[in-house]
Design a protein around this ligand. Structure first.
Ligand SMILES: *Cc1c(COP(=O)(O)O)cnc(C)c1O
Length: 375
């Protein structure tokens, strides 16, 4: 046990900012000098740069990760009567966007080791009305895309990847979000690539779909003031794009630093794993986990979390209620027991600090506090 108390917040973005302050503020200042704030040269350049990074032909900047998912489903023409299969364990937006279009979210269970959509559960939920599936790469680890893509192809179902937590993650050499029909990313400030506000991205390899996504981003308008379909205001703005361009250049370094923190946790927590007190996130061959979150499983999770808070260690629960049991989805008839692994995860998961700038002694303090709290 450390004798001096080291407080470690779940996330602290000020270290990241300090390391690039001048460069970032200079780019922001340039936007003000041009006074062009919407769909200008930074958005265009960011789209080119991130498409090149991800190895995808088309990248379209949008207003948030939620809007990325929403515009993706709009581009696929989904609406009332259509079913979209989503994992029962995710951030709310994954299912919320489906319901907002009048379509029906259908909840499938997750794999216990990856926390991601279980292919067998997905397959078991397919009906004649299933139009799309949204695998989520939760915590920065890719879902079982080979199996999911195979089932989807066989049943004629579009795959929209929720890569909001997984920019930079890879599976079989391809980046998360580039494997399905459309990929959706979030640049919420706390994500691995974070803007200075809300921002998001959609990617696709389909040129026609890319054109449709671009039109829907500006009210379905093409050419100017002619609307052949109804879109929305889903634009990414210049200030956000300017910030994202500076940060994209550092993303690989940051993701590697997150992986190094995770590797250190594995060493430090090995005794807790051996004694069965803590379960660690699984890494799999051929995957690159980018640790948006480092999530352990513990029994008496809320008590462990409280004790760690007393020791000055920030943690969080992503997510305490599975989607099929959220009050707003009660009309869909979800019941406890429908998705047992999602329900168990909601009871057991605990996210530890895993940001790139963590110091060695801070990582040790987190591990020591978890050991004491889970004892
Ligand atoms: C963050 C997140 C979203 C939503 O992104 P916003 O940019 O906050 O709208 C959607 N899905 C998942 C899994 C997320 O983590």
């Amino acid at each position: 046990m450390a004798t001096t108390r080291t407080a470690v917040p779940l996330l602290n973005l000020t270290r990241q900012f300090s390391a690039m302050r001048e460069e970032l503020l200079a780019e922001v200042a340039k936007v003000f000098e041009t006074q062009r704030f919407i769909l200008g040269e930074n958005v265009a350049a960011f789209e080119t740069e991130i498409a090149r990074y991800l190895g995808t032909p088309h990248a379209i900047g949008v207003s948030s990760g939620t809007d990325a998912l929403l515009v993706a489903l709009m581009a696929l023409g989904l609406g009332p009567g259509d079913e979209v299969i989503v994992p029962a364990f995710s951030f709310f937006a994954t299912a919320g966007v489906v319901a907002r279009l009048g379509a029906t979210p259908v909840f499938a269970d997750i794999e216990p080791e990856s926390f991601n959509l279980a292919p067998e559960s997905f397959a078991s939920k397919v009906t004649s009305r299933t139009r799309a599936v949204i695998p989520v790469h939760l915590y920065g680890r890719c879902a079982a895309m080979e199996e999911i893509l195979e089932i989807a192809a066989r049943r004629g179902i579009a795959v929209v990847e929720d890569a909001c937590q997984a920019i930079g993650a890879k599976r079989g050499g391809a980046f998360a979000g580039t494997l399905g029909k459309i990929g959706a990313y979030s640049f919420f400030p706390t994500k691995n690539l974070g803007a200075a506000g809300d921002a998001g991205l959609v990617t696709t390899a389909d040129a026609a779909l890319a054109g449709r996504l671009r039109d829907l981003r500006v009210h379905g308008m093409n050419p100017k003031y002619f609307h052949s379909e109804i879109g929305g205001n889903f634009r990414l703005d210049e200030l956000q794009a300017a910030v994202l361009r500076v940060k994209l250049r550092r993303l690989e370094t940051w993701n590697e630093a997150r992986r190094a923190v995770a590797a250190r946790y594995r060493e430090l927590l090995a005794p807790l794993v051996a004694s069965g007190k803590v379960g660690l996130p699984a890494e799999a061959a051929g995957h690159r986990h980018v640790y948006h979150q480092f999530v352990v499983r513990v029994r008496a999770r809320d008590e462990v979390r409280r004790r760690m808070a007393e020791a000055g260690i920030g943690t969080e629960v992503y997510y305490p209620v599975p989607l099929h049991l959220q009050k707003c989805f009660a009309p869909l008839g979800g019941r406890p027991g429908d998705c047992p692994e999602a329900e168990r995860a909601a009871q057991e998961v605990l996210a530890l600090p895993v940001w790139p700038e963590l110091l060695p002694e801070e990582i040790e303090a987190v591990a020591a506090a978890l050991a004491a709290a889970a004892a």
